[in-house]
Design a protein around this ligand. Sequence first.
Ligand SMILES: [Zn+2]
Ligand SMILES: [Zn+2]
Length: 265
Amino acid sequence: MCFWLVLFIISGVENIIKIARNFGRTLFRFIVQDDCHFCGGFVDEGERFFCAQCKAEIRMSLTQACCKKCGKEVSEYGITESEFGCGRCFGEEFAFDNISSAGVYQGHLREMILKFKLSDRTELLEPLSELFAMAFAQADFSEQIDYVAAVPMHWRKRFGRGYNPPQLIAKKICRSKSNIKLCNDIVRVRNTENQAGLTVAGRKRNVKGAFALRCGSDFSGKNVCLIDDVKTTGATLNECAKAFRQAGAEKVFAMVLAVAGQKGR
Ligand SMILES: [Zn+2]
Ligand SMILES: [Zn+2]
């Protein structure tokens, strides 16, 4: 009788401790932890920025088949060797070798990128860099990179905004990978019009010859990875890639947060 009474008291105390612990965790999350940047739900202990479910979905989307040439999602049966691309980019020529991205330019990811780029929400650098780093680690070419280079802004635009979003991400990647150097040698020599709203041909014309490398830059035999926030037609990345090729780069890859212009979106 005495034994059962003690057991009852112990299990009751255990339950009270469990309830108190859960309540404490919930209160702690409510006060201290961020909400998930995607769904607004609780971020689990040991995780940052995204809840476990959203993180799992992000990881799944990263493993989906994408064309290595244009970066767009394709069914696994639509993939061809990278030099030919997919049905959507067949016949198009890109100056970069392969491209990879953290996702599709839609929904929460699109919202986050727009806030980060246009609304001074620089606190979004951390979650976006985390997404970018996950995608970068999964890219086929990530182990071949010697330099990363952000697509540069014209100095006048940068002066107005105060920061270049892709440059902040590029710096983060270099901090986490000791074998990769940051390249600051590419310059936007013309203050180009905003690409949004231009036709495909207009975009190409707008950025043609707009990028150059600083005098004396030599990337002979080096592999460079261009970093940008969004790839739409690839015109900007193409022009940057050409500049690095002229400076002797062996391979030029591109890595972006999101690829836009996908079928049905
Ligand atoms: Zn979530
Ligand atoms: Zn393609």
